[in-house]
Design a protein around this ligand. Sequence first.
Ligand SMILES: O=C(O)CCC(=O)C(=O)O
Length: 242
Amino acid sequence: MTATAAPLVGPAEVASFNRDGFLIVPGLYAPEAVLEWKRIMSDLVAQEPHNQSGVRVWGADNLHPVLRAGMGDDRIVPVLTKLISPDMEFLSAKAVFKNSATKFGSPWHQDCFYWDGNAKFSVWIALDDATIPNGCLRFVPGSHVKVFPRIVINEAIGFGNRIDEKDLAGWPILDVAVKRGDAVVFHDRAVHSSHPNVTGADRWSLISTYRVASEKDACGLNNDLWKFPFLVSGRSVNGGAR
Ligand SMILES: O=C(O)CCC(=O)C(=O)O
C-alpha cells in the first residue's frame, strides 16, 4: 500500500490564513523545480537593461510556458482552492531579486495600493533560502483587516506606494525566513516588507498573483498586464481561460 501525503492545507491552516492574512506553506515546491524557474527568470532578466528595482513582471499571456504551467499546477491549485475559493484565475508573475547591486529591503506596503477592484492573492515563492541577512519577508499579522494610510515616494528603486513605519506602531511584526521551495500565500491587504540583502549573494523570489474568478472584477479591463487571465480552477466571469 502506498502512503498518501497529508494535504498541505487543512482547517487549521485555513483559520490561520483568515486570522493573519498570510500563510507559510513549507515545501510546496521541490527545490530542483524552483531552481529551474530561477534559471529561466534570471536568463530573461539578464537580457534586459539593468533594473534598479529588482522587479520584473509578466502577464499570464506573456509568461514563459514552464512558469505558466507551474502557476496552475496541482501543487498550488489545491492550496488556493482550499484557502480562498474553488474558482481561481492567475493574473501575473513577478521576479524579485536582491543581490550585491540590488540590496535594499522592499519598503512596508499593501499590494492593494497598486491595484483596484476585488481582493487579489499572491504567492511568494522562495527560489533561494530566504534569511534575515539576505532579505526575507516581514509580515504584520492581522493587518489585512484594513487599508493603511499610503505615502507616495518617487525613487529609482520603485515601490512608490508605501506605509510609514510609525503607522505600524503597536502591530506585531513577523520575520518569515523560509527554505527554497517554500511559499507564502497572502492577501493584498497583508502589510509586508523585506529585509535588505547584506550578504552580497543572490536572493530570488517569484510572486504569482491570483483572484477569485467567479467574482466580477473591473480591475484589469484597461490593464494590458491582466487582460488574459489564466483560469486554473473552476469557472470565470472575467474572461479567464485555460
Ligand atoms: O521579495 C521582496 O523583497 C518583497 C517584494 C514585495 O513585497 C512585492 O513585490 O510586493
